[in-house]
Structure formats: C-alpha cells, structure tokens
Ligand binder design. Structure first.
Ligand code: NAD
Ligand code: FES
Length: 273
C-alpha cells in the first residue's frame, strides 16, 4: 500500500497528491510516469511524475478528474492509501545542456513539464516557460515555475490572466521579437503540440513533445499506446512518452484519442455523472 501524504485541489478539475513511494522516488527521472490503481478492482491510471523528493521518498502526481477512475482517486484524502503505484515507467526525457530552452505547457501539461524544466535549470540551462489555460483558474504551477524560470509567460483563452490567446500566441511573439531559442519542450493537448511544432519546425528549433495515448499495461505488451513517429510504430509507454515533435503523426494520435470518447461518455451517463 502507498500512503497519500498530502492532497491539494489546484482547480475545479485538477488535483495534486504527494504519495509515499520509496522505490519510485529513488529511481525516477523527469519525463517518466507511474501507473496507479486505487483498489484491487481499480483500473490502471497512467500519470506522468510531476515531482519527486528522493530524501522524503515521495512522488507527486497531478491529475485531471475526467472519468470514473480519476473520480475514485479524487475521493481519497491524506492518510488514505492506494493499492498499486508502479514505476518508474517509460524513458527519462532527453534533456540537453543548451543555452536557452522554452517550455510550453497547455493546461494540466504543466505537471509533466515542471520536473523537466527544473532539471534543465539545475544543469545550468536558461529556462523560460509559457503556461496556457482556458482561464486564470486553469493556470497551474505558476509559482513553482517562478522559483527557477527566468520568465514565466501566461496565456489564457479568455484573457483573464496574462496574454489573451493560446500559448502559441506568446511563442509567436517571442519568435517575432527575435528571442534566440535553442530548444522547445511542449506538453499539453495534441492540437497545441501540433501547432507549436508548426511554428518551430520551419525555424529549425528542435522540439520535444510528450504523448499520453490510452495505455493499458504500460510495459509494451498490449500495443494500446502505439503512435507513429518518423513513419515507424512506437509504443509511448516504453519508447516515450517524450518524442521528437517533428516526427510525430499528430493527426493519427488525435484520431486514436477520439476512438473511446463515446464509451467514456456512455460510462458517465450510466453512472449518472
Ligand atoms: P485545454 O484544452 O484547456 O488547453 C490548454 C491550453 O492549450 C490552452 O489554454 C491553449 O493555450 C493551448 N491550446 C489549446 N488548443 C490550442 C490550439 N488549437 N492551438 C494552440 N494552443 C492550444 O487543456 P486541458 O483540458 O488542461 O488538457 C490538457 C491536455 O494535455 C489533455 O489533452 C491531456 O491529455 C494532455 N496531457 C498530456 C500529457 C503528456 O504527458 N503528454 C500530460 C498531461 C496532460
Ligand atoms: Fe500497452 Fe504501451 S500501454 S504497449
């Protein structure tokens, strides 16, 4: 059993939990993920590691309450436990010691981006971040990024905080102002990552993206998380989740992501959600 040390509600849809998980905390690196199961009958929920503390032997997860299983997780409080917390899974993010990296986060994508940017900062890289959300309340981890980023830019769809527009609006401004950017790391909705790559690829700015397709086993056995990268089939759970954004077939990812929307909707109706 893995004890929940603390829980925080970040906004109406997103929560943070710090979980006692000594093995994962000792081994994990930025970019890797875990699979959590609330109880013996629970579904396996893959979640990117948002932070870890090797001394306290804890791992932080940030999740969006979107379906039955995340609702079950959300019902737990500090002091409760989850039955499984398996990991670290996947590959560590490919982080390079370059001059200047700009992170681009859409919504809950801030969570997996945070440990990557913090590690780059620790490596001596100048790090800026652009955080986007539908409105001010959906902008998460701003204060945490401010601890080490040179600039924290915010974009909201409705203009309630920072620039009115998408994260790509701010990235376009930076590029047009002549900002020298060596690499971009984009994590968020697929359409956001696709549009970030549309901006960076013609300029030759290397861009890493993080994919979170539907996962079942998380160990490369089921094929559920397959994605096309550079014309080859890859499994996000063992080959990723981070990939070269230039090479990802985003349209295929979006088609596959849409495949189970009806089932999820029916499941919610069935439970009166
Ligand atoms: P959202 O739909 O509210 O969008 C967040 C922000 O992304 C927007 O505010 C905007 O700035 C940007 N964005 C949205 N559409 C855009 C477009 N067409 N062009 C440019 N920018 C655009 O996000 P949400 O509801 O918080 O969902 C977050 C998404 O991130 C989910 O789809 C989730 O699957 C994904 N995610 C990915 C990972 C990963 O590891 N890859 C991890 C967590 C979440
Ligand atoms: Fe089964 Fe990746 S989740 S192969």
């Amino acid at each position: 059993m893995y004890k929940i040390v603390s829980k925080e509600v970040l906004n109406q849809a997103v929560e943070l939990m710090v979980i006692e998980a000594p093995y994962v905390a000792r081994k994990c690196e930025a970019g890797q993920f875990i699979i959590v199961r609330v109880d013996e009958d629970g579904e396996r929920i893959p979640l990117t590691i948002a932070d870890y503390d090797r001394e306290a032997e804890t791992v932080t997860i940030i999740y969006q309450v979107v379906g039955y299983s995340t609702e079950q997780l959300s019902k737990l409080q500090a002091g409760d436990s989850v039955v499984d917390f398996v990991g670290p899974l996947g590959q560590p993010a490919p982080l390079h010691k370059v001059g200047h990296v700009v992170g681009v986060a859409g919504g809950v994508g801030s969570a997996p981006l945070y440990p990557q940017l913090r590690k780059l900062h620790d490596m001596g890289v100048k790090v800026d971040v652009i955080i986007g959300g539908r409105s001010a309340e959906y902008v998460i981890l701003k204060e945490k990024f401010e601890e080490f980023c040179d600039h924290v830019y915010v974009a909201t769809d409705d203009g309630s905080l920072g620039t009115k527009g998408f994260v790509t609006t701010v990235l376009t401004d930076l590029i047009e102002k002549g900002e020298k950017i060596d690499e971009v790391i984009a994590i968020g909705p697929l359409i956001m990552m696709k549009n970030v790559v549309k901006l960076t690829k013609p300029l030759g700015i290397p861009t890493s993206v993080s994919l979170n397709p539907i996962m079942i086993d998380g160990t490369g056995m089921c094929g559920g998380c397959r994605v096309s990268v550079g014309g080859k089939t890859k499994f996000a759970c063992v080959d990723g989740p981070d990939f070269d954004g230039y090479e990802v077939d985003f349209d295929e990812c979006m088609r596959r992501q849409a495949m189970f929307q009806e089932e999820e909707h029916e499941c919610k109706i069935g439970r009166g959600v």
